[in-house]
Design a protein around this ligand. Structure first.
Ligand SMILES: [Zn+2]
Length: 86
């Protein structure tokens, strides 16, 4: 299986139900050994390196959308695992 890079879906309007994960350190925020990596839709910085959508959702268990707030100012939705083609 080849490594896959997934660009998050750019989000402009936030909802109160959104769970925001903010970049407080330089990306990537999460590093692992999976085949899937995630990247910011605006600056294309790595959000995760080897950490999949499924793992992030399992970690944060958001009740609504799981949103990454990049240090570049962009918000990107980490898609639900069911739509990520897992
Ligand atoms: Zn960015």
């Amino acid at each position: 299986m080849m490594p896959v890079k997934i660009y998050l879906n750019r989000v402009d309007g936030l909802s109160p139900r959104d769970m925001i994960v903010a970049a407080e350190v330089s990306p990537p925020m999460f590093e692992g050994m999976e085949e899937e990596s995630l990247a910011c839709p605006k600056c294309q910085a790595d959000v995760t390196n080897g950490v999949s959508v499924s793992t992030l959702h399992a970690l944060f268990q958001p009740s609504g959308r799981l949103i990454f707030h990049c240090s570049c100012g962009a918000h990107g939705e980490i898609p639900p695992p069911s739509t990520a083609g897992a």
